[in-house]
Ligand binder design. Structure first.
Ligand SMILES: [Zn+2]
Length: 139
């Protein structure tokens, strides 16, 4: 279902549900969409993004998406912890060592301030920042 906000030549606006945008187009062509106030068929879509679902569904979907992202980040964290070395506060130094010593290809993770991070990026060092999930606060 697609909800459209419609506007009539009488300047009143109202909402109407259609099964698809093509259904709306064909009904409009046949002048079967009537203004609920003056019964005129001179209606058109107002410039507005159609909402595809009811609001509650959107919120539900958003929460589900957030949960998925959290889960993925949590899995990613586990992967990093298993495969990379925790260098903690020494991260900026270690990242430079790896970048300039091309022989080393070990993965590391650790902490860096926003300033340190932007410095590393400016130097062309390949790093990623991600929100670190605190597993203890889960569930
Ligand atoms: Zn009207």
């Amino acid at each position: 279902m697609i909800k459209y906000n419609l506007i009539c030549k009488c300047e009143k606006t109202f909402e109407s549900w259609f099964s698809s945008s093509s259904e709306f187009d064909s009904l409009l062509k046949k002048k079967m969409i009537k203004c609920i106030y003056c019964d005129s068929s001179s209606v058109k879509k107002t410039v507005m993004a159609p909402s595809l679902t009811r609001k509650s569904n959107q919120i539900l979907k958003k929460n589900k998406l957030e949960r998925n992202i959290k889960k993925r980040l949590s899995n990613f964290k586990k992967y990093i912890e298993k495969n990379c070395e925790d260098v903690g506060e020494r991260f900026p130094q270690e990242a430079r060592n790896i970048h300039y010593d091309k022989k080393t290809s070990k993965g590391i993770y650790g902490k860096a301030t926003t300033e340190e991070t932007s410095e590393l990026i400016e130097e062309g060092i390949d790093i990623y920042t991600l929100p670190w999930i605190d597993d203890k606060s889960e569930n």
